[in-house]
Ligand binder design. Structure first.
Ligand SMILES: [Zn+2]
Length: 271
């Protein structure tokens, strides 16, 4: 479906450009008529922390995009400065199937049972980890909380020697940064939105900026977690906003597959 006339002329390459996308109900109508770009803007607004609980207030308001911040405002308040929530801040990126030259400024993300656990009584996070391992046809799951004796000093000292072998011989680490505790589980609802190709030259997409590279990975990169990640050949990260694959070839982001040139290979461990 071609994008609508309004979305067709959006100059998203200009970082300071301001656009009015029209009254909210009209935007929804254009999305329903098939404009994937209008649908993207609606999806972002409707799942944003600022508006998702207040959608009934929006009809009659104007949707605008200013300095790549998407928001909704009354028509007589459009000239006010906007402070929209983080999940309404957009970023531009090239589409995964774009084959032309890439823009260094834009293109920073890569176009990447045998168990004693009782599945029914173990914490939800362990159950989910088991489901991931089974789905990947991995037969063994090593869970630090279950398999190590960190509270026993003698056993722990011995175990430190084993760590290198355990992690370097693993298939992958499942790294979880969702939820508050082991009962939160791994699988979470994570809205991931990406526009169709937009702009004057139709070279780029928009997506919520929080789906660009985040500190979600670096956040856990200290102490023991750092040792584990350096030893293991690959890691799959379950973060609040997206799933991220990390291996010697680089990073693959669930939000969009674009080359992470800035960081190069995702490999921070032994090859
Ligand atoms: Zn549209």
């Amino acid at each position: 479906m071609p994008i609508c006339e309004i979305c067709n002329v959006l100059d998203i390459e200009d970082p300071r450009a301001e656009f009015q996308l029209g009254e909210y109900s009209a935007l929804v109508a254009r999305a329903d008529e098939g404009c994937n770009s209008c649908k993207f803007f609606c999806d972002v607004i409707q799942t944003s922390s600022r508006w998702r609980e207040r959608l009934t207030e929006i009809p009659g308001h104007i949707v605008f995009l200013a300095s790549r911040r998407l928001d909704v405002r009354k028509a007589d308040r459009l000239d006010r400065r906007t402070y929209s929530s983080d999940d309404l801040e957009l970023d531009i990126c090239v589409p995964e199937d774009y084959v032309g030259p890439k823009d260094d400024e834009v293109d920073r993300i890569r176009s990447i049972d045998d168990t004693e656990i009782d599945p029914d009584s173990s914490p939800k996070t362990f159950q989910d980890a088991l489901a991931i391992a089974r789905h990947l046809e991995i037969s063994y799951l090593w869970i630090r909380d279950l398999c190590s004796n960190e509270r026993d000093p003698a056993a722990s000292a011995e175990e430190l020697h084993k760590l290198g072998a355990i992690y370097s011989n693993s298939a992958l680490i499942i790294s979880v940064r969702t939820g508050d505790d082991l009962n939160s589980g791994i699988f979470s609802t994570r809205p991931i939105h990406c526009s169709p190709v937009l702009g004057q030259k139709k070279l780029h997409c928009l997506r919520p900026r929080m789906l660009r590279w985040t500190d979600a990975i670096d956040y856990g990169f200290s102490g023991r977690a750092a040792q584990e990640r350096m030893l293991a050949p690959r890691t799959v990260h379950y973060t609040e906003h997206q799933m991220i694959w990390e291996c010697a070839a680089g990073y693959q982001f669930e939000a969009l597959g674009i080359l992470d040139k800035q960081r190069g290979s995702g490999q921070v461990r032994q090859q």
